[in-house]
Design a protein around this ligand. Structure first.
Ligand SMILES: [Zn+2]
Length: 250
């Protein structure tokens, strides 16, 4: 994996997709996760699931569109249980935190890396049902519960071909997203490339709604909503992130 180059700042922030494979899978992903994904999907098939990707690579413009629409109230902002929030009386900082619970800041989404994907069991989608990627769907009693329990077991046994769940638990930032998988061998390298100051300089733009308030709270946003802690990673990858944090905080 070390022969795979690091990403440029433009690629890390969703503005360059020259490393993305748009054709091999049902959604665009980083070209170097395709074979690992195919192995995991084959294992899933053998276990009776049709493991599929609902969302893979997403670019900056797409994420900007989602962000701005939520800030402007053109798109629903949901609470932890998936119910729409009324943000009419919320402060700008409260709005930002509410949106970040479910949506990444444009330029700071792991989906920009092509290493992170939202998954479901295509064989378990009820007839005429529109996929939503909600906690209910992915819960043990939801249509994709069986798939996710199977994935839990694979990840715990270190036999998920490098995939893990960066948002398995509620750390007070991003809501738990059982459907979101990340390919650790690459994502860890890319996360290590993220430096708070550099990242903000790159993604700050006149077109970004609430940019002044984001700038005021940037260190907290970076810690709570962007940086996935070492302990959330599979054991072999933890040390690399811990070491990097202490030596590169400036
Ligand atoms: Zn996701």
């Amino acid at each position: 994996m070390n022969s795979i180059p690091l990403l440029t700042l433009a690629a890390l922030t969703g503005s360059d997709d020259n490393f993305i494979d748009h054709a091999s899978l049902e959604r665009p992903v980083h070209r170097n996760i395709v074979s690992a994904w195919q192995k995991l999907a084959a294992d899933a098939r053998a276990a009776g699931f049709d493991l599929a990707i609902a969302s893979g690579y997403r670019n900056y413009q797409r994420q900007l569109h989602i962000w701005n629409a939520k800030v402007r109230g053109e798109r629903a902002v949901l609470d932890t249980h998936g119910a729409p929030l009324d943000l009419s009386a919320a402060s700008d900082w409260e709005k930002i935190q509410a949106i970040l619970r479910w949506s990444a800041l444009p330029g700071a989404s792991r989906h920009h890396w092509g290493t992170d994907i939202d998954v479901y069991d295509r064989a378990a989608v009820p007839e005429g049902y529109a996929l939503q990627l909600t906690a209910d769907e992915a819960s043990d009693s939801g249509p994709f519960g069986a798939l996710h329990r199977w994935l839990d077991g694979r990840i715990a046994a270190d036999s998920a071909h490098g995939f893990f769940r960066p948002y398995a638990e509620d750390r007070g930032g991003i809501a738990p997203e059982r459907w979101h998988l990340s390919f650790a061998p690459l994502a860890v390298r890319y996360q290590r490339q993220l430096k708070a100051d550099t990242l903000w300089k790159e993604i700050d733009a006149p077109t970004l709604e609430l940019r002044e308030t984001i700038a005021q709270h940037w260190p907290a946003i970076f810690e709570r909503y962007i940086w996935v802690p070492a302990l959330a990673h599979p054991e072999p990858f933890r040390e690399r992130l811990t070491v990097d944090r202490t030596s590169n905080d400036q």
